[in-house]
Design a protein around this ligand. Structure first.
Ligand SMILES: Cc1cc2nc3c(=O)[nH]c(=O)nc-3n(C[C@H](O)[C@H](O)[C@H](O)COP(=O)(O)OP(=O)(O)OC[C@H]3O[C@@H](n4cnc5c(N)ncnc54)[C@H](O)[C@@H]3O)c2cc1C
Length: 656
């Protein structure tokens, strides 16, 4: 390892933060034995008893589909919900680059420990060691399972699965299926899910949106949904509820996420008592197509895998507007290779994003508005030939050309950082259970595993690890150790929750203001990007905390939602989601303001080194911030889960 992690930092004794409401339930023992031991110690539900339990899974992306299929295969009754017309359309389908696993097929020095190490370090020492180790451990089983399902991973000459590298790693451990890895993995999970739908073990509810969680005697016992075709509000009862509802990057309006991604499910659960972990940790992805104007509603990601062969550069001279082909080699600044010689273009996302912002702030950005840097393949094409590049990245090049009208085989791509992934989410313990007993949260919807910065190709790994290999064990333990009272949808809690959902929907329809939902959403997104985006500071965050509540208040007074409630009404769907974003945005700023340090994707301008690197404060902030909802307009309560680093000692994170 050529990193220079030399300077150990002080970590405040964990006991200072012990919070009676947060029990992470990390098993005892050495890290490499924890999961094995925990699996043995947890209770089981015997095969014949499983059919007595019903489990709700909200979401059919990689996390939800893999969980629903596996639980049904085990014999539980599963009800699975998605707002899409088919489970196959979940946002996971968009994932391009690949999925990590510590198989060491390349014999280049990879191991479970190295994947664990890279992930803890990549997350800037803000993730729970035990979870990350388990993730690295089960990563190998994921690949085996997906191959068995027929997922067409790329192969090399020998017949072994091929690997490429992603940021933050010096080994090639990323398995891929061209630039469509998410789609192929989702087809695998979908086929497993379909088998169970066919057998009647999973009841699939498509075009159905969860609008609230029902908590009875302190336990999650069901959900309230809206049928997106008929508008019918309905209740669904279960013994446990699993949220696999993805991330909330769309709070920024412009992001690489699918337009429909939102926070409603987790936000409603938060309002009912589930703590929200590290809400301000947002990942900015360095390789997206730059914003081209006000008309855009979404941004396009160019996979990080492109940085295996593409070289990032800008002109050395500020204001140099010559076309790239006219800028000679010695007038180019390959700034990532210059600043980070050991990782070069493959530094992690937070580092690469900030470096791009820095050169653009210096006036060296390229393209209209100067918010862009070049990603250049000319050297790779010279070295390997166009055909090889076409095989590796063909569909991504095609996509870039279709969007920008420029041919990346001939002229360098232009890229700029954009909001991409949310490391924050509902707080969960080692069993993936939230602070509401019986409410489990998996995939991007929970806060776990990635700390303050997710390394590339790790989200798919986490979603599938949670769904195929972790939740099925831990949910069994919950079911086997809980005494359930019998409830049905006539219970007062269901009636009340339904009434609240109906009232809220009617309120949105009856406001009859003059401004569209998108106008409000765009305004909120701009506030978030300007003050809680790639760089944050105290004054900006305080300003955001003044204007967000005002905007929210205006939203409820002036929003115009056309159409009816008892029909297909996409404006109504959007309005409900934006209303929740308005509340979540405030919590994100509160969290960003309280975390008076820089770490990973959370870059507080006040805390940086002389050369612009993030400066962590382990003495005061080596904890997960888990927020408790106390009512709108009242300050949420902060609970802290201390983070212990026994195996990867916090040190200055360097990729030089
Ligand atoms: C463009 C792009 C490329 C990416 N590439 C990679 C990559 O190469 N490698 C990698 O590891 N990661 C990648 N990621 C990240 C990764 O795709 C996601 O983190 C991951 O797919 C999330 O999976 P999930 O199952 O948690 O959620 P999703 O796939 O977002 O699924 C969410 C599901 O929940 C449902 N849902 C949500 N709310 C509700 C509700 N209220 N009611 C009913 N249903 C609801 C949706 O209908 C959907 O079925 C990429 C992300 C983007 C944006």
């Amino acid at each position: 390892m050529t990193t220079t992690d030399t300077r150990p930092t002080t970590v405040r004794p964990a006991t200072e933060y012990l919070d009676p409401k947060l029990n992470s339930k990390i098993p005892e023992g050495p890290i490499e034995r924890k999961w094995e031991r925990h699996k043995f110690e947890m209770k089981l539900v015997s095969p014949t008893n499983r059919r007595r339990y019903t489990i709700i899974v909200v979401g059919s992306g990689l996390a939800g589909a893999s969980a629903a299929a596996t639980l049904a295969e085990a014999g539980y009754n599963v009800k699975c919900y998605t707002y899409h017309d088919s489970p196959r359309r979940a946002h996971s389908i968009a994932a391009q680059g690949g999925i990590n696993a510590a198989k060491n097929y390349r014999n280049d020095g990879d191991s479970v420990f190295r994947l664990f190490y890279d992930t803890v370090k990549g997350g800037d020492f803000r993730a729970r060691e035990a979870n990350v180790y388990r993730l690295a451990e089960v990563s190998m089983a994921i690949i085996d399972q997906c191959v068995a399902q027929g997922v067409p991973f790329a192969r090399e000459y020998s017949g072994y699965l091929d690997n490429r590298s992603f940021g933050g790693a010096q080994v090639a451990r990323t398995f891929y299926a061209r630039g469509q890895t998410g789609q192929q993995l989702l087809l695998g999970a979908y086929q497993a899910l379909s088998r169970q739908i066919g057998l009647g073990q999973v009841k699939m509810f498509s075009r159905t949106e969860m609008l609230d969680l029902v908590v009875i005697d302190g336990r999650a016992r069901g959900i309230v949904t809206r049928d997106m075709v008929t508008g019918k509000i309905e209740s669904h009862v279960a013994d446990a509820v699993v949220l696999a509802t993805g991330g909330y990057s769309n709070v920024f309006y412009l992001s690489t996420n699918a337009k429909a991604c939102n926070a409603t499910a987790i936000w409603r659960a938060h309002r009912r008592g589930a703590f929200f972990g590290n809400p301000c940790f947002t990942q900015i992805h360095p390789t997206c197509i730059p914003v081209s104007g006000d008309h855009q509603s979404k941004l396009t990601l160019m996979s990080e895998s492109l940085r295996n062969d593409g070289r990032v550069w800008v002109p050395k001279t500020p204001g140099d507007k010559r076309p790239p082909s006219s800028i000679p080699e010695d007038e180019r600044d390959y700034y990532l290779e210059r600043k980070y010689p050991s990782y070069g273009n493959l530094v992690p996302r937070d580092i690469s994003s900030r470096a791009a912002k820095q050169v653009c702030d210096e006036g060296r950005g390229v393209g209209p508005g100067g918010l862009g840097v070049y990603l250049d393949f000319s050297d790779a094409i010279k070295r390997l030939g166009r055909k090889v590049i076409e095989e590796r990245y063909g569909n991504l090049f095609e996509m870039y050309e279709r969007i920008t009208g420029e041919n990346p085989y001939e002229t360098p791509m232009r890229i700029y950082p954009a909001v991409h992934y949310t490391m924050g989410g509902l707080w969960v313990d080692y069993n993936l259970m939230s602070t509401i007993p019986g409410l489990f949260v998996i995939g991007e919807a929970n806060f776990s595993d990635h700390g303050a910065n997710r390394l590339g190709a790790s989200a798919l790994m986490q979603g599938l690890a949670d769904g195929y290999f972790i939740l099925p064990y831990t949910i069994a333990d919950y079911l086997a150790s809980t005494k359930f009272t019998k409830v049905d949808t006539t219970h007062i809690a269901f009636r009340e929750t339904e009434a609240e959902v109906t009232e809220r929907t009617n309120r949105l329809l009856n406001t009859k203001g003059t401004r569209t939902v998108d106008m409000f959403h765009r305004e909120l997104g701009k506030i978030m990007w300007d003050y809680c985006g790639m760089a944050r500071n105290e004054a900006g965050l305080k300003h955001a905390l003044e204007v967000i509540p005002e905007l929210r208040e205006r939203f409820w007074r002036e929003v115009k939602v056309p159409g009816e409630g008892n029909d297909i009404n996409q404006e109504l769907e959007k309005a409900g989601r934006v209303a929740d974003f308005m509340e979540l945005a405030e919590l994100m700023c509160i969290d960003a303001l309280h975390r008076d340090e820089s770490c990973g994707g959370h870059f507080r301008e006040e805390h940086q080194t002389e050369d612009g690197e993030a400066e962590r404060d382990d003495e005061n902030f080596a904890y997960v911030a888990a927020w408790e909802f106390t009512g709108l307009g009242t300050k949420p309560v902060l609970h802290r889960e201390p983070l212990h680093f026994e195996y990867v000692k916090p040190a200055v994170r360097s990729y030089k």
